[in-house]
Design a protein. Sequence first.
Length: 116
Amino acid sequence: MNGELVIEERAIAGGVILDMKGDLTKDAEGILLHQRKWAEEYSEEARVILNFSKVEYINSAGIAVLIRLAQTVKKASITLYAFGINTHYQKMFRLIGLTEFIMIYPDEYSLMQRLR
């Protein structure tokens, strides 16, 4: 466990990449859900990309935050993508059905090629 989650944003055409570093736990709720007004900050059909490359630990509360994030952005007609998720968490995401709401790619290059 690396500690508190820190997120840096990178703007892209039609959306944003959220580079996450640290642990995805209940503490991420404030950063990902309560400090943002997704529907107001981004237009419909915007893209939000989660970079998991430097996230080493995700607990059940972190999964719950991701589920709520997926529901929130879906209501705002925002598409959610992710890359850099290790194989263990990819399997977990599939098992709990998160992959129905988050399109997962192996790396940023693959994802950006798909979006072009």
